[in-house]
Design a binder for this molecule. Structure first.
Ligand SMILES: *Cc1c(COP(=O)(O)O)cnc(C)c1O
Length: 394
């Protein structure tokens, strides 16, 4: 028991901190949306400094209009039928436009987590690696939606967990095993990034297969917002697969799997669990994605990326952090202990800024911090005021 996960332990240790966070009013917040990351609780406005909408596309009028237009056109919110059997042409249109945008095969999923639960068992079983079940190596810091699948993968093949970004360990595994799959985040949700270039070398040398979770990486960087991993790789290869969120930086809804021609779309769809059940990205979400694809195909995306990059450098100038200079929008500011993390978040909220206190299991034990997420649609004056407020709680 508990060789690959220990939910009881996670819940026992994490719950008291959640209770305190909730009691301090820093979780379970019910707020009104005023747009552009501005929100309101009990008549008081605050700026959400923990929005995943890195480019501000969640409030984009063209995307909202795209949603409404798609609903009118399709006349149904959900098709409520397995897409394997019957689907609307809108779904095909979205997937072919997304595939074309990034020159790869894109299959949409109702969330990034459902993409993970579809792909990982197939990878473990060897269905996507010429029927050779590979050794699966999960990075210790890989997102919960990936590590949650370890016990299922372990029922198909051998599963190991590596220290974070430990490529020496991974190379050793490659030397000793015919086929290895490495499971990692492209951009980690609590800061930091995969060693993509070095992983490419292991791919070339040993045929290492890498599954990247690019939930945070998509849109914020690269040509047409192809993301941190594809930008660095210069495009997808046969030994790489991505799962992404279309609901974070991308400004749409749901998620997607990006894969190479060598993988059969039908294998993913027919045996990828939730992909063939009743939920797909609903019509409103598909319309939003189509509109967002147009933005990603235009020059507008580089304007937004540049604004985000400016805001990240501005933050780095004013608040030092471990991730300083990495050009990514996620910053984890270490706090003395959980009590400090919660009281600091409370003080920032008093000054009009929402940040998230993070503690185990989201971050390793005894390393609590405040998560801050930067966005393209933050005004400089607000950002400067925010940085001053952050410095006051350190
Ligand atoms: C948010 C997140 C997910 C989950 O995405 P959903 O679309 O909400 O399921 C997966 N991986 C990482 C790294 C994330 O931050």
């Amino acid at each position: 028991m508990n060789s690959y996960s220990n939910i009881r332990k996670i819940s026992a240790i994490g719950d008291p901190f959640w209770e305190r966070t909730q009691a301090a009013g820093m979780s379970g917040v019910v707020a009104k949306n005023r747009g552009d990351g501005l929100m309101e609780v009990a008549g008081k406005a605050f700026i959400n400094m923990c929005s995943y909408s890195y480019l501000g596309l969640d409030s984009n009028p063209k995307i909202l209009e795209g949603s409404i237009a798609a609903l009118r056109e399709a006349g149904t919110l959900n098709s409520s039928t397995s897409r394997v059997r019957i689907k609307l042409s809108l779904l095909d249109e979205v997937e072919s436009s997304l595939s074309e945008l990034y020159s790869l095969n894109a299959l949409t999923t109702s969330s990034c987590a459902s993409a993970a639960s579809a792909v990982l068992p197939l990878l473990a079983a060897g269905v996507l690696t010429e029927n050779t079940p590979p050794l699966m190596v999960f990075d210790r810091s890989a997102h919960f939606c990936l590590s949650l699948m370890k016990p299922i993968c372990a029922d198909e093949t051998q599963v190991l967990t590596s220290a974070h970004n430990d490529l020496e360990f991974l190379e050793d595994c490659c030397r000793k095993n015919a086929r290895v799959v490495y499971v990692a985040d492209g951009v980690y949700s609590t800061g930091g990034v995969a060693r993509i270039k070095e992983l490419m070398m292991l791919q070339e040398k040993y045929g290492l297969f890498v599954l990247y979770d690019e939930a945070h990486g998509l849109s914020i960087k690269g040509k047409n917002g192809c993301g941190v991993v594809l930008e660095e790789m210069g495009g997808l290869n046969a030994n790489t697969m991505l799962i992404v969120s279309l609901n974070k930086g991308f400004g749409g809804s749901g998620g997607a799997i990006f894969f190479d021609d060598s993988i059969k779309r039908s294998s993913l769809l027919r045996f990828g669990g939730p992909l063939s059940w009743s939920q797909r990205i609903n019509t409103a979400g598909l319309g939003a994605i189509l509109a967002s694809i147009q933005i990603h195909a235009s020059n507008e995306i580089s304007v937004l990326q540049a604004r985000l990059a400016d805001n990240i450098s501005r933050f780095d100038e004013l608040v030092p952090s471990a991730a300083e200079g990495d050009g990514l929008p996620i910053r984890l500011i270490p706090m003395l202990d959980e009590v400090h993390a919660i009281s600091a978040a409370q003080e920032l909220m008093r000054q009009g800024f929402y940040t998230s206190p993070l503690f185990y299991p989201v971050v390793p034990k005894n390393t609590p911090g405040l998560r801050i997420m930067l966005r393209a649609n933050l005004q400089d004056a607000d950002l400067v005021k925010f940085c001053t407020a952050v410095r006051s709680v350190l």
